[in-house]
Design a protein around this ligand. Structure first.
Ligand code: FMN
Length: 197
């Protein structure tokens, strides 16, 4: 098995930690995550970036979701997020695998009370009900559970994306934007490249 180089050894890591909030920050970045359908089409949706560390980037979702079916079929994904006011865009692609259980449990614990409940009630059956019944189901669940003591449901699924390419796009008001692109090569090394914006 090939061991991925750690991100902390990557030349972009010091910059990345200034672009992304610390994992302890309750407000998580919203990113567009792409996976590939069985027909080979890219499929994109927004998700929260729950955490990142020296291994990669972590997302959390419902095990019954389309994205999990797609990643089970083809464990490759990309995500992008932009901060136009700061002149920054991050584009990452790489290989995915299930996140370790301890990470997924920690990420669940860090979610807001609303999102903890959502993970429990995010079912196709509930989605099919009229609005008053969905509100009642939510109210009833909240009445029976303390969000602080909620554990992740069996459908809580964590995705670890180990990057193979990371692109930092920089804008500058006085000149043309450009990209610094880092590609994972052999074990432990990253090649870098400068590209026009
Ligand atoms: C602001 C916002 C945050 C979201 N965060 C997540 C998330 O962290 N995880 C998730 O699975 N879906 C999240 N969603 C819902 C997804 O966009 C998507 O509708 C859902 O995951 C189903 O996608 P799929 O059928 O392609 O798997 C979020 C949506 C929005 C608008």
């Amino acid at each position: 098995m090939t061991v991925s180089p750690t991100l902390v050894a990557a030349p972009f890591f010091d910059e990345l930690v200034h672009w992304l909030p610390d994992n302890s920050e309750p407000v998580r970045p919203l990113v567009a995550l792409s996976t590939i359908t069985a027909d080979g089409y890219p499929d994109t949706r927004h998700v929260l970036l729950s955490e990142f560390d020296e291994i990669g980037f972590y997302f959390h979702t419902d095990a019954r979701s389309r994205k999990i079916a797609q990643l089970t079929r083809l464990p490759r994904a990309a995500f992008t997020v932009a901060w136009p006011e700061l002149g920054r865009q991050l584009v990452v692609l790489g290989d995915t695998e299930p996140a370790p259980t301890t990470e997924a449990q920690r990420a669940y614990g860090n979610r807001s009370p609303y999102l903890k409940t959502l993970a429990w009630l995010n079912s196709p059956e509930l989605a099919a009900l009229p609005i008053d019944e969905r509100i009642e189901a939510w109210r009833s669940f909240d009445g029976e559970h303390e969000s602080d003591s909620l554990l992740p449901p069996a459908t809580w699924a964590g995705i670890l994306l180990r990057p193979t390419r990371v692109t930092l796009w920089h804008a500058h008001p006085g000149t043309a934007s450009r990209r610094l692109e880092y590609t994972r090569e052999a074990e432990g090394t990253w090649a870098s490249n400068v590209l026009p914006g």
